[in-house]
Design a protein around this ligand. Structure first.
Ligand SMILES: Cc1ncc(COP(=O)(O)O)c(C=O)c1O
Length: 385
């Protein structure tokens, strides 16, 4: 069965709910072409832009009230909790993944073994490597051998659900089983997953997710979940006034009076980022955590993605030009949308057209890649720098 999208492309029929919701969602975006770079930085939906614009106007005229930004933050926290299947009380908020990874790292016993994946994103490895002075050892294994490498000597597994470098997925079921069997805890970085891939955060000791990619927020939002029974094991190293049980009564003076739940790990927020994050999460919840998953995973035709882009150009590797088949490229190129190649590649480009007018063949993508990296390499699709 096929259906025609609003831009006239024949696509395999997805569920009618998905198609209708996706069509509405698409109206929230104004990308000048098919946006392929959410693995680096997501685009804000219109509702986020409007909320942010309103907040900036209030700020400009002197009518911004700091506590009111907490409303957006709390709404975002609840929405995120719903997306990953935990209670809001199990979700701490902050600004960067590395800060929360550092919190976990600093609380490890001396001499702990941390298992991770070779080539893992450094915001969840550097904080552990930095603990070497007190005997914390980091052991790296290939992604496909992660679960089998968890041993009784493993204190913590620190890994991404989806690899930042190339989009490979960790086997989360196998990892959870291995961790349960050995008693190891898991810090799962879901930055490249939550938003398009369903993740049950309650299965893992800790999860952490930056909001500026698949959660469609500006830089400056991050969520950290902790299993409630483990809250007391983490030292709240980052605690400031925002970690207080009553944050607006925690501004001055001792004693320490922190929230009893995960909110004790809150780091004082970049307010405007949260103003934009909350509506973006509303949108993702409307779409639902499963609606978009089968498409990236099953590698649909590129035109399916094109038809509801950018929300469906979500798989961080499958949409990358160097990974697309010739057929996919031709399908994409035959759609009446352009591909802003420069946004998907390092910004120093002098060779690539900013808005290609014709099909970009895989060979063109590859040679552009070579021109950027100076060599042909599987790493040329890294988008984070
Ligand atoms: C897997 C993963 N984790 C974390 C981050 C961002 O880390 P931080 O919030 O420390 O900048 C990225 C950014 O690309 C990422 O891909």
């Amino acid at each position: 069965m096929t259906q025609k999208t609003e831009i006239g492309i024949e696509t395999p029929e997805t569920s009618s709910v998905t198609a209708a919701v996706a069509a509405d969602a698409r109206l929230e975006f104004d990308a000048e072409g098919v946006y392929l770079n959410t693995a680096t930085s997501g685009l804000p939906p219109r509702r986020s832009q409007e909320a942010l614009q309103k907040a900036i106007t209030q700020w400009r005229v002197g009518r911004a009230k700091a506590p009111e930004h907490d409303m957006a933050l709390n709404a975002a926290r609840s929405s995120y909790a719903g997306l990953v299947g935990v209670e809001p009380s199990a979700v701490a908020v902050g600004g960067q993944v590395s800060v929360f990874a550092g919190l976990v790292a600093a609380s490890l016993p001396d001499g702990s073994e941390v298992l991770t994946v070779a080539g893992e994103f450094t915001s969840i490895t550097f904080p552990f490597l930095a603990q070497a002075g007190r005997g914390v050892k980091v052991r790296e294994v290939p992604l496909e051998r992660l679960a089998e490498s968890v041993t009784a000597g493993t204190t913590l597994v620190a890994v991404s659900a989806v690899q930042s470098a190339d989009g490979r997925l960790a086997d989360l079921d196998a990892l959870a089983r291995a961790a349960d069997a050995s008693g190891a805890r898991v810090l799962l970085d879901t930055t490249q997953a939550v938003g398009w891939l369903p993740v049950d955060a309650s299965r893992f000791a800790y999860t952490v997710c930056a909001g500026y990619k698949w959660l469609l927020a500006p830089r400056g939002t991050c969520f950290f979940t902790v299993q409630p029974e483990l809250t007391g094991d983490l030292i709240p190293h980052n605690a400031g006034w925002y970690a207080g049980a009553q944050r607006w009564d925690s501004l001055y003076g001792s004693p320490l009076r922190l929230a009893a739940d995960a909110w004790r790990f809150d780091v004082s927020p970049a307010w405007h980022s949260w103003v934009a994050q909350a509506p973006a999460l509303d949108l993702l919840n409307e779409i639902g955590p499963t609606a978009l998953t089968p498409m990236p995973l099953a590698w649909p035709t590129a035109s399916v993605r094109a038809s509801i882009c950018p929300l469906v150009t979500r798989q961080s590797s499958a949409c990358r030009p160097d990974r697309m088949s010739a057929r996919s490229w031709n399908e994409l190129a035959s759609s009446p949308v352009s591909v802003p190649v420069d946004s998907a590649w390092p910004s120093t480009s002098t060779t690539a057209p900013t808005t290609p007018t014709g099909p970009l063949k895989p060979s063109a993508a590859r040679s552009h890649c070579e021109s950027q990296s100076g060599r042909r390499s599987g790493r040329c699709h890294r988008l984070d720098r």
